[in-house]
Design a protein around this ligand. Structure first.
Ligand code: TYD
Length: 222
C-alpha cells in the first residue's frame, strides 16, 4: 500500500494464468527460493487460503451447484477473497512477510469477466470494496496457448478424476481467458509481468527470479 513505508509491509505477489500454465509449481518454487534467501514467505491459493475460503472453494469447484450467472460466480469468489484477505493476506503483510497467492482478483477479471461475460465495471466495483488497498505489488501472468495448457492439465489429472468446471469449458472460453489476462497485463504494466510459460519449469523459474530481483529485491537493496 502506498500509504505505508516499504519497510513496514511485506510484499504481495500473485500468480495468474489459464489452465495448465504451471502456476502452482512456479509459486511453490518461488516461495522456496525466497525462504532460502532469508525472506519470511507465506504461500496461499485462491479460491481458498483461509478455512472459510477453503469451504467456499469446495462448493465452487464441486460439481453439485445449479447453473448460475457469471456475476453470481464472481461474488462467490469475492466472498472467499474477502475472508482470505482478512484472515491470511493482511496479517502476513502487516507482519512484514512476503505473501505469494496462486491466483487472485485477475482470475475473476479473466474467468468471470473477459471469458465468462460478467461486466468488467461490476467486477471493478466489487474489487474496490473487497481488496481496497491490498493490491498486489507484482503479478506474474503465465502465458501459453490454451490448447497446450489444457493438454498439460489433462495429462497431470489422475486417471478417472473429473476435470474442474472451468477446465472443461470449450477452447473459445480459454482463448477469451488468455486474451483477458493479456489485456490486464497491457493495462497495468507496472504491476504485471507476462512470463512465457511453454516448456520446462527450470528456465521459467529462472526468468521469474530475475523479475523478482529487478522489480522487488532491488528496491530493498537485497
Ligand atoms: P485450481 O484447482 O486451483 O486450478 P488451477 O491450478 O488452474 O489454479 O482451480 C481453481 C479454478 O477456479 C480455476 O479453474 C480458475 C477458477 N477461478 C475463477 O474462475 N475465478 C477466480 O476468481 C479464481 C480465484 C479461480
Amino acid at each position: 500500500m502506498a500509504s505505508q513505508p516499504p519497510a513496514a509491509r511485506g510484499r504481495f505477489i500473485t500468480f495468474e494464468g489459464g489452465e495448465g500454465s504451471g502456476k502452482s509449481t512456479q509459486a511453490r518454487l518461488l516461495a522456496e527460493r525466497l525462504k532460502h534467501a532469508g525472506i519470511d514467505t507465506v504461500l496461499t491459493r485462491e479460491p481458498g487460503g483461509s478455512p472459510f475460503a477453503e469451504q467456499v472453494r469446495e462448493f465452487i469447484l464441486g460439481q453439485k451447484h445449479a447453473a448460475h450467472a457469471a456475476l453470481a460466480e464472481a461474488l462467490l469468489f469475492y466472498a472467499a477473497r474477502a475472508d482470505h484477505l482478512e484472515a491470511t493476506i493482511r496479517p502476513a503483510l502487516t507482519a512484514g512477510k512476503w505473501l505469494i497467492a496462486d491466483r487472485f482478483s485477475d482470475s475473476t477479471r479473466a474467468y468471470q469477466g473477459a471469458a465468462g461475460g460478467a461486466h468488467a465495471a461490476a467486477i471493478e466495483t466489487i474489487d474496490r470494496v473487497v481488496v481496497a488497498g491490498t493490491v498486489p505489488d507484482l503479478t506474474l501472468i503465465l502465458d501459453l496457448p490454451p490448447e497446450e495448457g489444457l493438454r498439460r492439465a489433462a495429462d497431470r489429472r489422475p486417471a478417472g478424476a473429473a476435470s474442474d468446471p472451468f477446465e472443461s469449458r470449450d477452447v473459445a472460453f480459454h482463448k477469451r481467458l488468455r486474451a483477458g489476462f493479456q489485456a490486464i497485463a497491457a493495462a497495468e504494466p507496472q504491476r504485471c509481468a507476462v512470463i512465457e510459460a511453454s516448456g520446462p519449469a527450470a528456465p521459467i523459474a529462472a526468468q521469474i527470479w530475475r523479475t523478482i530481483e529487478v522489480r522487488l529485491l532491488a528496491q530493498r537493496g537485497l
